[in-house]
Design a protein around this ligand. Structure first.
Ligand code: ATP
Ligand code: MG
Length: 575
């Protein structure tokens, strides 16, 4: 493609609202444009990359035996009522009515649609296993659309759904798709870590996230063990058992005035005790029931663990009025002593002596509190967040904490959806059974953005060859010079004839400097520069955008040289 004929509106500066590198570079390099908050158009170069990510996903899903189909984006309310998700999804779901007033939504995901299909069509174990997938726009009215394609409201997703006759069958299917995901992300040039995840609102038992480490663009925190490779997101990461602390003699319980001291920090300073000697008491509402959760002063409560522990669906902190009503005091003065509410304690609390907590009276705290003398929790469990440096629950090595971009997500759903939607097949033994399901998602646009987060420098994008809009860019530095323009045209033809995808900077009215800058910005992996070195030594300059390495090559060996470079780059991805 000739740049003079294509549509490549590059920008010198990215708009103010672009916060992260990939978003800025996609706008600057003319790949996407914003239409509304979280809603984007793909321009020609951006679309080429997106299609390449799609193609890699297709090839690997097909290779894993999955079958591509396409559901509509518009889905009727009835199937969502069957699973209860018409209301559960809340405001994130885009809802609409047809002219007769019937309810529809724009699919945020397609479990209901696929189960509705399967229950009518897959009747016997002989037809199982089956995995269906599609690549389609999803609609989610995200609370905070941001970071460009990373968290959009319309975004392309590859979603897949598997149907097996048994749990063992699901295990096998899950592993196949898991391995396909590893290959997909490698082929896209991404360094992805599969981590244990909480399956959240979608339900089910086991789930994995595929994350790319990114300090600035990552939205999911996870821990990683450098020794044994244990990796889990914060919601799911288990806390290792503490060593029992040395027993202390229990001192008499005492109420002390702590006027206007509410936060852990304030109380800790005022009473001159470390925050690890304080207990934080937090009142939560889980499916309408109140629970007082206790964690050590220097720990954070993990709402997901608390919710899962109590088999809840919805969890939220109690509001000020509720706190006052139930506890008789305000947040900041709460505690478990004499509390008339269910108490869940983090297991670390059981290892504390003579600690400080709120007295359920504004402006007062208790000191020298001891579990099982002054109060008894109803439940003791792991309900805190793992922290950097905590011991790995598998091998004891200090854990590292990272921020990651979640590019893919896989779930073992089991029979959760098939039971709700009464989706059964006839098994070998002549009995009707529920399908055992899995579901598997990849954000196509988010993957593309993550690739840019991982592959860029201050000048622009450094596309891995597999997902670059073009493989080679020819920069003709002076189209007014006959030798330069003739050779450039000749190379453009030669390369194209060999099947390479070539972008040709043939602009006549643009300086060499601008061409260099644009080429580095759009980030085509191999630049073939036709200019000074051709005039002086009869050689072309070939630049590897990734490494920055420049090589002088004879015109006659250019095709061979570039083909070799491309092959090496593709091969390196799967290593
Ligand atoms: P997140 O926690 O980031 O909101 P999710 O758990 O809601 O993600 P899934 O429902 O598992 O996401 O969707 C599968 C994949 O779709 C995700 O792994 C991610 O790559 C992509 N994805 C989800 N939401 C968005 C979004 N708003 N914009 C772009 N991609 C998204
Ligand atoms: Mg989400």
């Amino acid at each position: 493609m000739r740049i003079s004929e294509t549509f490549l509106p590059t920008l010198r500066e990215a708009p103010q609202d672009a916060e992260i590198v990939s978003h800025k570079l996609m706008l600057k390099a003319g790949l996407i444009r914003k239409v509304a908050s979280g809603v984007y158009s793909f321009l020609p170069l951006g679309l080429r990359s997106l299609k390449k990510v799609e193609r890699i996903i297709r090839e690997e899903m097909d290779r894993a035996g999955a079958l591509e189909l396409l559901f509509p984006a518009i889905l009727p309310r009835e199937i969502w009522d069957e699973t209860g998700r018409w209301s559960l999804y809340g405001n994130e779901m885009f809802k609409l009515k047809d002219r007769k007033g019937r309810d529809f939504c724009l699919g945020p995901t397609h479990e209901e649609a696929v189960v509705d299909l399967a229950r009518g069509e897959l009747r016997s174990y002989k037809e199982l296993p089956k995995t269906f997938y599609q690549i389609q726009a999803k609609y989610r009215d995200e609370i905070r659309p941001r970071f460009g394609l990373m968290r959009a409201r319309e975004f392309l997703m590859k979603d897949a759904y598997s149907f097996d006759a048994s749990e063992e069958g699901l295990e096998k299917t899950y592993e196949k798709i898991f391995n396909a995901y590893i290959r997909i992300f490698k082929r896209c040039g991404l360094t992805v870590i599969p981590i244990d995840a909480d399956s959240g609102a979608i339900g089910g038992k086991v789930s994995n996230e595929f994350v790319v480490i990114s300090e600035k663009a990552g939205e999911s925190e996870f821990v990683y063990c450098p020794k044994c490779g244990y990796a889990a997101n914060i919601e799911a990461a288990k806390c290792a058992e503490d060593m029992p602390s040395e027993k202390e003699e229990m001192l008499p319980l005492k109420k002390v005035a702590t006027p206007n001291k509410k936060t852990i920090d304030e109380v800790s300073k005022f009473l001159n005790v470390p925050s690890a000697k304080l207990v934080k008491s937090l009142l939560y509402k889980i499916d309408g029931e109140f629970v007082l959760a206790l964690v050590r002063g220097d720990d954070e409560l993990n709402e997901v663990k608390l919710k899962n522990l109590l088999h809840g669906q919805f969890i939220s902190p109690a509001n000020d009025d509720e706190i006052k009503n139930i506890m008789g005091a305000s947040a900041g003065s709460l505690g478990p002593v004499n509390a008339n509410v269910k108490i869940v304690a983090d297991k670390r609390i059981m290892n504390m002596y003579n600690f400080v907590c709120g007295a359920n009276e504004d402006g007062f705290h208790f000191i020298n509190v001891n579990v099982n003398r002054d109060f008894s929790p109803d439940t003791v469990s792991d309900i805190r967040n793992v922290k950097e440096g905590d011991k790995c629950p598998k091998c004891g090595t200090p854990l590292k904490l990272y921020e990651g971009i979640e590019v893919g997500h896989t779930f073992k759903l089991g029979t959760k959806y098939s039971e709700k939607m009464n989706a059964k097949f006839l098994d070998k033994d002549g009995k009707e059974k529920y399908f055992v399901m899995g579901c598997y998602g990849i954000g196509v646009g988010r993957t593309m953005a993550a690739v840019i987060e991982e592959h860029h420098d201050k000048f622009g994008i450094k596309w891995p060859v597999s997902v670059a809009p073009y493989e080679v860019e020819i920069l003709s530095l002076n189209m007014g010079d006959d030798l330069i323009s003739n050779i450039s045209e000749e190379l453009y033809k030669l390369f194209s004839d060999k099947g390479m995808e070539v972008l040709f900077d043939d602009r006549a009215d643009v300086s060499a400097g601008v061409k260099f800058n644009d080429a580095d910005l759009i980030g085509i992996p191999i630049q073939v520069i036709v200019g000074r070195t051709l005039k002086k030594e009869g050689k072309l300059e070939i630049k590897d955008r990734e490494s920055g390495e420049k090589m002088l090559v004879d015109k006659d060996s250019a095709v061979h040289f570039v083909l070799n470079m491309l092959k090496e780059k593709v091969d390196a991805l799967l290593k």
